[in-house]
Design a protein around this ligand. Structure first.
Ligand SMILES: [Zn+2]
Length: 313
């Protein structure tokens, strides 16, 4: 019997969570992580086509050739710096050749840090490429999440907030210690932060252009915005819904609700963004606006749409 399987049986979860990932790290090393920043729509379309091809090739040669309904995928979590077994959720998945395939962007979740592929890539980019220091002031536009816990542990000056609907005054915290902020009217002073990290929030803000200007205002000159939102691969932003002058919602596309940590009803998605969002960022006063694309089997960055935007104030 191999030593590994003997130990796994003896020590159970302890072995799986603490010993094996480190053993694997020693044996298999750390996967390469190559990132290039894309500045033009043509460059974006080319990267998208390359990633699509790589992903489809892997899907057909490895994934669809394997056991149906696999609930785990071995890989390296760059946030935890360890080899692990990512968990797979088929909730938002699709069917390819009669087989269930996960919506990769929102799963491939690490059992230790509890972050899915999209969030792991954001943290990886932030820590490895944008490199905040331990004393950097970071504003994260969420608070009740595993992502906030992760960033606040490593960067103690992280401030998180939620868009509360419990009557809490903006800039104050509720009984649960959660701060309320409206992204279109932040209570922070000008140039308060070195980093603003906003993941999957902007598409829920009807007046997103004001939200972008606010992100710029609270960043100090030279500060960095890391942003993700649904991105459809085309040029123009797609307006799915809008708010009229009386505050009534008008649906243009079939309503799409995303998971909301504070409400089981979910949160209405007003936009799927296109390349136009990069122009919106420039109009909001940002410079060096670019996108980062990534696909890595070993790092568990799968699927075709892990696009992340980086902009400097
Ligand atoms: Zn992890």
């Amino acid at each position: 019997m191999r030593l590994g399987s003997m130990l796994r049986r003896r020590a159970g979860p302890l072995y799986r969570h603490y010993v094996e990932p480190r053993l694997q790290l020693a044996v298999r090393g750390r996967p390469q992580f190559d990132v290039s920043t894309i500045k033009t729509f043509a460059g974006y379309r080319q990267s998208l086509a390359e990633i699509r091809e790589t992903h489809q090739r892997w899907l057909r040669s490895e994934w669809l050739a394997g056991e149906p309904g696999q609930s785990q995928l071995r890989g390296y979590c760059a946030v935890c710096a360890a080899w692990t077994r990512f968990s797979l959720d088929y909730g938002l998945g699709s069917e390819v050749e009669g087989r269930s395939v996960p919506w990769w962007r929102e799963t491939v979740t690490c059992p230790s840090c509890r972050l899915n592929s999209r969030m792991r890539l954001s943290v990886h980019l932030l820590e490895r490429h944008l490199t905040p220091g331990p004393a950097s002031r970071i504003y994260l536009t969420e608070h009740t999440t595993a992502l906030f816990s992760r960033l606040a542990t490593r960067f103690p000056q992280t401030v998180g907030s939620e868009f509360l609907r419990d009557g809490t005054v903006a800039g104050r915290v509720n009984a649960a210690g959660i701060r309320h902020e409206d992204l279109t009217a932040l209570t922070f002073g000008d140039a308060s932060f070195e980093f603003v990290v906003s993941l999957e929030v902007l598409e829920h803000v009807p007046d997103y252009k004001t939200a972008l200007r606010e992100c710029g205002r609270v960043l100090r000159p030279g500060g960095t915005l890391l942003l993700t939102a649904p991105f459809h691969g085309g040029e123009q932003n797609l307006v799915r819904a809008r708010m009229d002058q009386h505050g009534e919602i008008e649906h243009i596309e079939p309503p799409e609700y995303h998971g909301d940590p504070l409400s089981s009803a979910g949160c209405l998605c007003f936009y799927h963004f296109g390349w136009e969002l990069l122009d919106d960022l420039r109009s909001a006063g940002f410079r060096d606006v670019g996108g980062v694309m990534c696909w890595s089997r070993d790092l568990g960055y799968l699927g075709e749409n892990l696009f992340q935007l980086v902009a400097r104030r």
